[in-house]
Design a protein around this ligand. Structure first.
Ligand SMILES: Nc1ncnc2c1ncn2[C@@H]1O[C@H](COP(=O)(O)OP(=O)(O)OP(=O)(O)O)[C@@H](O)[C@H]1O
Length: 211
């Protein structure tokens, strides 16, 4: 699905070759500052390589329109962005942005259950904890039903038991619906348990790749 060909980004990334396969869960692990987030940003076309090329389904990413690309690839960044307003407005923010019809409340309530957020749709977001905000943003991207997800440390603000539940739920969603997931995690346990492929990034380089 994604193929890196001699990709460099400034002096941060230097990856001669890397393949990310369709329908797989790929985890990026490695030390802080190694370049994992930068790789997700390259995949999402938020930034472009300063050298080399990234191919997407055999086509250079530079030739694919950014908006077209983002309709397929949904990225959830490390710091959840929750807007002022209520839970429903936040869950449906992506739909408003893409000018799609809003999902009905029954579906929204199912999503709240799946992310274990015990709140009403009309509740305000101003008192949510960091972990609750992170779960809410996960719910928002789940609803978008995108074929490819890029998640940057989706569980960093969650306690261990919530983390396991949420990752398990997202894993089920991805596998059942044949999605492709690229996920940054600092948890080796999560990486070993859920990855089809694991890539270790150190100083902007892939130092190992495993099944
Ligand atoms: N646009 C940029 N210009 C210059 N340097 C940058 C830019 N973006 C990130 N960096 C630097 O590149 C390095 C890699 O950053 P990146 O966020 O990709 O690491 P990471 O592996 O995701 O780290 P963490 O696990 O701490 O989130 C860091 O040293 C960071 O300060």
């Amino acid at each position: 699905m994604f193929e890196f060909k001699d990709v460099r980004y400034k002096d941060i990334i230097d990856i001669p070759s890397l393949v990310i396969k369709k329908g797989e869960i790929t985890t990026l692990i490695g030390e802080s500052g190694g370049g994992k987030t930068t790789i997700l940003r390259l995949l999402n076309k938020m930034i472009s390589p300063t050298h080399g090329e990234i191919m997407f389904d055999g086509k250079p990413l530079t030739r694919i329109h950014t908006i077209t690309h983002r309709q397929q690839v949904t990225m959830l960044s490390q710091n959840p962005i929750v807007f002022d307003g209520n839970i429903k407005e936040n869950l449906t923010a992506g739909f408003r942005f893409q000018e799609k019809p809003l999902p009905d409340d029954t579906l929204l309530k199912q999503v709240l259950d799946s992310i274990q957020l015990k709140k009403k749709l009309t509740d305000s977001t101003d008192r949510l904890s960091g972990g609750e905000k992170q779960r809410l943003t996960l719910g928002r991207v789940l609803l978008l039903d995108s074929p490819i997800y890029l998640l940057d440390e989706p569980s960093s603000a969650l306690d261990d038991s919530t983390e396991e539940l949420i990752i398990e739920m997202f894993y089920g969603f991805v596998k059942e619906n044949h999605k492709t997931l690229v996920m940054v995690t600092h948890s080796k346990e999560i990486a070993y348990k859920y990855s089809d492929s694991m890539i270790r990034i150190e100083n902007g380089r892939c130092v190992s790749e495993g099944e």
